[in-house]
Design a binder for this molecule. Structure first.
Ligand SMILES: [Zn+2]
Length: 926
C-alpha cells in the first residue's frame, strides 16, 4: 500500500481529468494562454514536451489562483511537407521509411496508409493528443480543430477579405526562394538547411571580353574604380550563353539562375576556366584588366566570376599577395578609391597586416571583410577624382549609372548558402510574376505593429530588440503556393494560402471552435464572422443563438493573455500574427503578451528529428513517468534558456519526487504539540509560498521549483534534526504537507492528485486554492534564533574537522552587550563609512580604545558576510543569544555527543572567548 507508483497515479488522475479542463465563460477573471500549434508530421520528442508543459504549469498555477483558464490546442496541417513525405513513403524511400517505422514507431498497417498525406497528419494529430494527455497537459480538447476543416477555411477567407480591403494583399513580381523540383516557392518550414538565408540584390558589372560580356556580381558597385583584375576558377567549366540576346560568359549554375530571373538564356558553348586565365577584359570605368586564377571562386555564387578590388577587399588583397609571393603578376598594385578615417592609404592591406593574417583560410577573414565594408559605408568618401561623394550616396548613384549606361543588370542571390529544400534540391531565387504577397514592407503597417509591441509584455524582456528588428526588416511575403494542403486563395483558386499566412489569428478561432462546427460551413459568410469577432450586425444572419454564444465566448476570452513559442519563430510567426491582429481586431482585442522559449538539447547536441537526435516524449513518459518528465523539463532551466535532456539527470528527478512522496506520507499524520521549531518551519513556509508565487507569476519555472521543492525539503531536514528524540513532529506538519502538495501540483499534478486525496483534501488538487502566505505566521525572532544555531552548528563541525581530536566538551561563548551595541549601530547605519567614527565619539567606547575599533571592524566584515535580510532583522529585533543557546542545549548535546556549556564571553577565562561577536559566538572545544 501507498507505494510510490507514478504509473498508477497517472491512470487514476487521467480518469478524473477527462473533462476537468473544459473551460467556459464565467464570472471569474479569465486567463487565456495559447501556444503555437504543432504541425503533426511526426512523433513528439521531449523538446516539444517542454513547449506544451511550460504553458501547462502556468495554466495550472492560475487555475489554482482562482482564474478561469483556457488552454486550447489545434493542429496545423497546411502546406506541402506532408505531401513530400507521403510521396517518399509511396516510393519506399528507405530514409523516410526508417524514420517513420523505426524512430516514430508507426505500425506497418498504419504506415501503409501514409501514401495519403491527410492520413499522416490525422494519425499524428491523434498521437499528439494522446501523448499530451499522458503528460497531464490541461487542455480543453473540445476546441481542437485542424487547419483544413471547412469551417476553418471559411474563417481564413474572412480574415483575408479584411487584409485585402486594407490593401495588404498585393500582386507583383518579386524574388522568392524557389524549388525547381517542387515547382513551388519555399517557406521556412520547407527547408532542410539555410532558413536564415536572405535574398540579396546584386549589381552585375559587365566587363567586355571580345564580343562577349563577363558579368561579376557586387554589392559595392562604386569599387569599380579600384578593380585590378577578375578572378576565375581554373577548374570550373563555364558557359557562353546568349542572355536576352547578348553573349555572356558565366557559370552553368548562373545560367540556370538567370533563367529564373526574367532573362532568356540560351547556352551556346562551354569554356574551360583555365582558358580564360591571363586573357583581358575591359570596362569604361576601370580600363583593361587581366583575368587571374583563384580556387576560391565558387561557380554557384552569383555569376560564377568575381572582380578583384585588392585595396578594399581583404580576400582580394591576400589572394593577389599570394600570387605575387610566388613571383607572378608583380606588376599589379592595389588601386585605392575610398578615403576612410582610421585606415591607411590601402585599407584592406592595413587591416590584414594589423590583424596579422597570413593566409586566405584565416577564420577572421569574414569578420574583417565585414568591418571594412561597414566602416567604408558609414564613414568612407570616394576620392575627389571619382566625384568625392560619401560611399553611402555614391553606391546607389553608381549602380544606377551602371544600369543606365554600362549594360549592368540586377541579379538576386542568397547571402548565405547552401539553401536546401526538404526534397533535397538546392533552392534558387526566382522572380515570381503574378505572385500574391502580404505587404509587410508597408511602413504604416509596420508602425502599427511597433506601436502595439510597445504595449505588450515580452518575456524575457531582451527579446524585444529582436521583435523590433524583425518588424523593421520584414519584406513583402509570398503568401500563396501552388502545392499543398490548406485554404484556397480567394482571388486565384488555383493557389493555396501558405502555412505561415493561415496561422496568424487562429487564437481567436479557438474561442468559438467547439460551437462553430455545429453550423453548416456553407452558412459561414463573412458577415457571420463580422458579427462574432467585430460585433457588426447584418440582416438575415443564420443560427443567431449559436452566433450569440460565440460572440460571448470571444468577448470573454479575447485578447489572449500570453502566447508561448520557441524563439526561432520571432522572425516569422510571432511577428506575423501581430501584423494580422492589428489589421483585423480592435485595439482592446490585441495580444497582450508573449513568452519566448530557448531550444532543446539532447546530451549536449541540438535536437533534430531529421538527424535522428531526439528522445520521444512518449518513451520518456513510459520510462520515467509523466511527473518526472515535467519536473525535469521545468527545473533544469528557465523557459527562455536552452535545456539539455540527459537520462542520468532525469533519474535523479524521479528520486526527488519519490522523496517528496514518502516525506508527505510519513509526515501528514503527525499529531505532536507544536514547539518553536514548528513555528520556525511554518514561518519559513510563508516565504517559500511567497517566492514560489512570485516566480510563477514571472514564468520562472526553475526558480519556482527551487523554492517549492528544494528549500522546503532542506527546511524539513533541519526540522527533523531538531525534533526531540522519539518525536515524529507536530500536527503543523499536516499544514505544511497541504501547502507543499499544492505548491508542487502545477509541476507534478499526478503525484499531487494522489497525495491530495491521501490528505483528504477537497476535490481535485488541480482546482484547489493556491496557498497564500500569511504574514502573521512569520516569526522573525524564531527564524533568527534558528539561523544562529544552524551557523553555530556548522562552525562547530568545521572546527572539529580541523582539530581532529575527540572532544570532551564544547563551550559556546556569547559576545558581551557592548559588542552587540556596536553591531547594532553599524547594522542600522545608513553610512557605513563614517559609522565607526560616530561610535568612537561615545565616551564608554572611547575608553575601550583599540579593542572597540577592532570589534567595529570585525562587525563590519561580519555584517557584509551575513545575508542582508538577517542583518535587517537583527537591527529591527535583536535576539537574546544566551536564551537561544540555552533552549538548544539538549539538541546540541545530542548532535555532538558531549556536554555543551553556554557562557558569557566576558566571564570566561578562555582566551578564545574574547573573539566572540554578535551572531558569531566563540566556540571552544576541549
Ligand atoms: Zn523541393
Amino acid at each position: 500500500m501507498n507505494a510510490f507508483d507514478l504509473g498508477k497515479f497517472e491512470q487514476e488522475a487521467l480518469e478524473q481529468w477527462t473533462h476537468a479542463f473544459e473551460s467556459n465563460p464565467s464570472n471569474l477573471e479569465k486567463c487565456y494562454l495559447t501556444v503555437a500549434y504543432p504541425y503533426p508530421s511526426g512523433a513528439m520528442h521531449v523538446g516539444h514536451g517542454r513547449t506544451y508543459i511550460v504553458p501547462d504549469v502556468i495554466a495550472r498555477f492560475w487555475r489554482m489562483r482562482g482564474k478561469q483558464v483556457l488552454y486550447p490546442m489545434a493542429f496545423h496541417v497546411t502546406g506541402a511537407p506532408v505531401i513530400g513525405i507521403s510521396k517518399r513513403i509511396a516510393k519506399n524511400d528507405p530514409k523516410t521509411i526508417h524514420l517513420y517505422r523505426d524512430l516514430y514507431k508507426v505500425p506497418q498497417s498504419v504506415l501503409d496508409e501514409f501514401t495519403d498525406p491527410l492520413t499522416i497528419v490525422r494519425h499524428f494529430a491523434s498521437e499528439y493528443q494522446r501523448v499530451m494527455t499522458a503528460c497531464g497537459i490541461s487542455i480543453d480538447w473540445r476546441r481542437r480543430f485542424t487547419t483544413v476543416d471547412p469551417t476553418y477555411s471559411k474563417f481564413i477567407e474572412w480574415q483575408w477579405k479584411h487584409l485585402f480591403e486594407a490593401g495588404y494583399v498585393i500582386k507583383g513580381a518579386h524574388p522568392v526562394r524557389y524549388c525547381t523540383v517542387d515547382d513551388n516557392p519555399v517557406g521556412d518550414h520547407d527547408l532542410l538547411e539555410g532558413d536564415k538565408a536572405e535574398v540579396i540584390k546584386f549589381t552585375l558589372i559587365m566587363f567586355q571580353h571580345g564580343d562577349a560580356f563577363i558579368p561579376t556580381a557586387t554589392l559595392r558597385p562604386e569599387t569599380i574604380y579600384g578593380v585590378t583584375n577578375l578572378w576565375v576558377n581554373p577548374s570550373v567549366t563555364y558557359v557562353r550563353a546568349l542572355v536576352d540576346g547578348s553573349a555572356w560568359i558565366i557559370s552553368q549554375e548562373a545560367a540556370e539562375k538567370l533563367a529564373l530571373q526574367d532573362h532568356t538564356v540560351e547556352i551556346q558553348d562551354e569554356i574551360a576556366g583555365r582558358d580564360l586565365i591571363d586573357k583581358t577584359v575591359s570596362h569604361p570605368l576601370c580600363g583593361k584588366v587581366p583575368i587571374l586564377p583563384a580556387d576560391f571562386v565558387d561557380p554557384d555564387m552569383a555569376s560564377g566570376l568575381v572582380m578583384s578590388v585588392p585595396a578594399h577587399a581583404p580576400f582580394d588583397y591576400i589572394a593577389l599577395r599570394d600570387l605575387q609571393r610566388a613571383g607572378k603578376y608583380t606588376q599589379i598594385k592595389p588601386v585605392p578609391l575610398i578615403k576612410v578615417e582610421g585606415y591607411g592609404d590601402i585599407p584592406a592591406q592595413d587591416a590584414v597586416e594589423k590583424a596579422g593574417i597570413t593566409h586566405q583560410m584565416d577564420s577572421r577573414m569574414d569578420a574583417l571583410t565585414q568591418e571594412i565594408y561597414s566602416d567604408e559605408f558609414s564613414k568612407g568618401k570616394l576620392f575627389d577624382r571619382h566625384g568625392g561623394k560619401p560611399v553611402r550616396v555614391a553606391r546607389d548613384d553608381i549602380a544606377a549609372l551602371m544600369i543606365e549606361k554600362y549594360a549592368s543588370k540586377i541579379m538576386y542571390e542568397f547571402d548565405t548558402r547552401p539553401v536546401i529544400c526538404r526534397c533535397g534540391n538546392k533552392v534558387k531565387v526566382k522572380i515570381l510574376h503574378d505572385q500574391w504577397f502580404l505587404k509587410y514592407s508597408d511602413p504604416a503597417w509596420k508602425k502599427q505593429v511597433s506601436d502595439h509591441l510597445g504595449d505588450m509584455a515580452l518575456v524575457p524582456p531582451e527579446v524585444r530588440l529582436e521583435f523590433d528588428r524583425t518588424v523593421d526588416w520584414l519584406k513583402d511575403w509570398a503568401c500563396t503556393r501552388r502545392v499543398g494542403l490548406g485554404t484556397r486563395f480567394p482571388w486565384d483558386t488555383t493557389q493555396l494560402i501558405e502555412p505561415l499566412s493561415d496561422s496568424t489569428i487562429y487564437m481567436a478561432y479557438y474561442t468559438i471552435a467547439h460551437i462553430i462546427r455545429e453550423i453548416d460551413p456553407r452558412l459561414l459568410t463573412p458577415e457571420v464572422f463580422d458579427y462574432i469577432f467585430l460585433g457588426k450586425e447584418s440582416p438575415d444572419l443564420p443560427e443567431t443563438k449559436k452566433l450569440e454564444a460565440m460572440r460571448k465566448e470571444f468577448l470573454y476570452w479575447y485578447p489572449y493573455n500570453y502566447r508561448f513559442s520557441a524563439k526561432d519563430l520571432i522572425s516569422n510567426h510571432l511577428t506575423f500574427q501581430l501584423f494580422h491582429h492589428v489589421t483585423i481586431f480592435p485595439k482592446d482585442k490585441l495580444p497582450q503578451g508573449m513568452v519566448v522559449f530557448g531550444m532543446g538539447l539532447l546530451n549536449g547536441a541540438k535536437m533534430s528529428s531529421s538527424k535522428g537526435n531526439v528522445f520521444l516524449l512518449e518513451d520518456a513518459v513510459s520510462d520515467f513517468g509523466a511527473d518526472t518528465v515535467r519536473m525535469f523539463l521545468m527545473g533544469s532551466a528557465e523557459p527562455w534558456q536552452d535545456f539539455d535532456w540527459r537520462n542520468e539527470l532525469v533519474i535523479s528527478t524521479k528520486k526527488q519526487i519519490e522523496r517528496f512522496f514518502n516525506t508527505v506520507l510519513e509526515s501528514k499524520d503527525a499529531d505532536g504539540e507544536p514547539h518553536d521549531i514548528d513555528r520556525w518551519l511554518i514561518s519559513r513556509l510563508q516565504s517559500h509560498i511567497e517566492r514560489t508565487t512570485e516566480a510563477l507569476t514571472n514564468f520562472q519555472t526553475r526558480q519556482a521549483l527551487q523554492e517549492a521543492y528544494f528549500r522546503i525539503e532542506t527546511d524539513l531536514k533541519w526540522y527533523r534534526r531538531r525534533l526531540a528524540e522519539n518525536s515524529d513532529g507536530s500536527r503543523e506538519l499536516h499544514t505544511l504537507c497541504s501547502v507543499w502538495i499544492r505548491l508542487l501540483a502545477p509541476f507534478i499534478p499526478f503525484t499531487g492528485e494522489y497525495l491530495w486525496k491521501e490528505l483528504a483534501g477537497e476535490g481535485l488538487v488541480s482546482f484547489a486554492p493556491w496557498p497564500v502566505a500569511n504574514k502573521k505566521l512569520i516569526n522573525t525572532r524564531i527564524e533568527l534564533a534558528e539561523e544562529l544555531i544552524t551557523r553555530t552548528v556548522e562552525d562547530i563541525e568545521s572546527i572539529r574537522k580541523l582539530i581532529q581530536m575527540t572532544p570532551k566538551s564544547i563551550t559556546i561563548s556569547i559576545a558581551p552587550a557592548w559588542k552587540h551595541e556596536i553591531f547594532l549601530l553599524i547594522a542600522k547605519s545608513n553610512d557605513r563609512n563614517t559609522v565607526v567614527k560616530e561610535i568612537m565619539k561615545d565616551d564608554a567606547m572611547r575608553k575601550r580604545g583599540k579593542e572597540a575599533t577592532d570589534v567595529a571592524k570585525q562587525c563590519m566584515t561580519l555584517i557584509h558576510r551575513l545575508p542582508p535580510h538577517v542583518v535587517e532583522s537583527l537591527a529591527r529585533e535583536p535576539i537574546n543569544e544566551i536564551e537561544v543557546f540555552e533552549a538548544a542545549k539538549i539538541f546540541l548535546e545530542k548532535e555532538f555527543g558531549v556536554p555543551v556549556h553556554i557562557t558569557d564571553a566576558e566571564s570566561s577565562e578562555h582566551a578564545k572567548a574574547a573573539t566572540a561577536l554578535p551572531f558569531k559566538p566563540a566556540i571552544i572545544i576541549e
